[in-house]
Design a protein around this ligand. Structure first.
Ligand code: GLN
Length: 459
């Protein structure tokens, strides 16, 4: 289901009918994609939209289009839980800027979708509400942490979903569920009203069934916001020159990458060459350290950002009256084991005796990674490789944290460097697989032109 399919349905019927159908599909969903359906608000909004004159509808680029949002993005008239127990009763007093912009453009939020609690994970198994199942095979994970967003689009509940990506959380589930998933340049979408994981890499992005749909949504949600000083002018308003020099990242092949993934990606690259692309292997040795850099920097930021969930201001508070005991027991009961692990690692890394050895060193290495990318983008318009070493694995298959972290090897570099990156589905005989394209910062428009070519050679 694409946005233009839904548009046609609205023209022949009404927004209310389209939104009601979407809500019915959400209620019937067998993949545990949704945490909450925002029914009353969605129906009210669609009635209002149906009153708008035909001429005025043209001014609303997403008129009547239903969507879902990851449950770490604040929405009105619903809960916003981040799939955690500590926030399972939390209703935000305001709404995220990205949601505001979508509503102003005529889109209708019908529900909040599942994730790895606070974004911590790569499979959506680490949710207080249980795992999301992959619509292509229910024995397998949907990927994560935006697994609910990817599954809702893949199961045709809605034509697009908002997700967040801190180290791969849009791209990996998009690859696993066979949908397009874009992590835009850092700062291109406001983080106002987004529950923070790691502020220096968190971005809001889009999952949809086509590159054109992703672009249509990005044009609405991106751009400066006075409530988030890290935002930039929308890189989606630029017209991109179509350039065709692509670097194939050597470090992302061989060594732990499944044959089916490697073959799917390399055959797509050959088909791109058929369209006049010049592909050349390129090596960036610091990429071998990206995972280590990420799993130092990100837990440090998590430990800081999650200190606010102490039972005092937000969500669930334990019964205990003594302050320190109350903090401890609220956090003990309300946070998932993976979240606690990251808080422990983060506080350890930031403690005075270890800061120089870990945090400072990781920050320096991150600068080297950034420089490495800058040099490479002098020679290439975009970089390509797999999104993850494998396709969707079976539920419960990666119970040890390290094997789960290894899945992030190819997605964390673009996050650490703030670069735009996208997963586009490619042809396979088995479970879906995505190819990843990475472009230089703010070259999102160029990234999308290449993504469209990849879509074309795989259709
Ligand atoms: N899988 C990665 C992690 O666990 C990425 C998560 C994300 O992007 N939110 O940190």
């Amino acid at each position: 289901m694409t946005i233009s399919d839904v548009r046609k349905r609205i023209e022949n019927d009404s927004v209310q009918a389209v939104v009601a159908e979407s809500i019915t599909r959400a209620k019937d969903d067998m993949h545990n994609a949704l945490i909450e359906i925002v029914e009353d608000r969605a129906i009210d909004r669609s009635k209002e939209l149906d009153q708008i004159d035909i001429a005025d509808r043209k001014k609303l680029p997403l008129f009547g289009i239903p969507f879902v949002a990851k449950d770490n993005i604040l929405t009105r008239d619903s809960h916003s839980t981040a799939a955690s127990k500590i926030l399972d009763n939390f209703s935000a007093p305001y709404q995220a800027e990205a949601i505001e912009r979508l509503e102003q453009a005529g889109a209708v939020c019908i529900g909040k979708v599942n994730l790895d609690s606070f974004g911590h994970g790569g499979s959506t198994e680490n949710s207080f509400f249980g795992p999301t199942l992959n619509p292509h095979d229910k024995r397998r994970v949907a990927g994560g942490s935006s697994g609910g967003s990817a599954a809702a689009v893949a199961a045709d509940i809605v034509p697009f979903a908002l997700g967040t990506d801190t180290g791969g959380s849009i791209r990996e589930p998009a690859s696993f569920c066979g949908v397009v998933g874009l992590k835009p340049s850092y700062g291109s979408v406001s983080r106002y009203g987004v529950i923070a994981m790691a502020s220096s890499t968190d971005v809001v992005g889009v999952l949809a069934n086509s590159v054109i749909d992703v672009e249509a949504v990005m044009r609405v949600v991106s751009g400066r916001d006075s409530k988030d000083s890290t935002t930039i002018d929308s890189p989606y308003d630029k017209t991109a020159q179509h350039k065709k020099r692509i670097g194939v990242i050597k470090e992302w092949f061989g060594n732990g990458v499944d044959d089916e993934v490697e073959n799917a990606v390399t055959s797509t690259i050959s088909r791109l060459e058929g369209l006049g692309y010049q592909a050349e292997e390129v090596s960036l040795p610091i990429l071998e350290s990206a995972l280590a850099i990420y799993y130092v920097i990100v837990p440090a930021e998590i430990a800081s950002n999650l200190a606010r969930y102490d039972g005092v201001r937000y969500g669930n508070r334990s019964e205990n009256n003594e302050l320190k005991t109350m903090f401890r027991s609220s956090r003990s009961a309300g946070l998932m084991p993976e979240t606690k692990r990251r808080i422990l690692i983060g506080n350890y890394i930031l403690s005075s005796g270890y800061y120089d050895a870990y945090y400072k060193k990781a920050a320096q290495a991150r600068t080297l990674l950034l420089r490495g990318f800058t040099d490479i983008f002098d020679q290439f318009d975009a970089l390509v490789g797999p999104v993850a070493p494998t396709s969707a694995f079976e539920l419960g298959h990666k119970s040890d944290p390290l094997s789960m972290y290894m899945m992030d090897k190819m997605t964390v570099p673009a996050s650490l460097a703030g670069l735009p990156a996208i997963s586009v589905p490619v042809k396979t005989s088995g479970m879906p697989v995505g190819i990843q394209i990475v472009a230089a910062q703010n070259n999102d428009a160029a990234l999308l032109t290449i993504a469209e070519d990849i879509e074309a050679v795989n259709s």
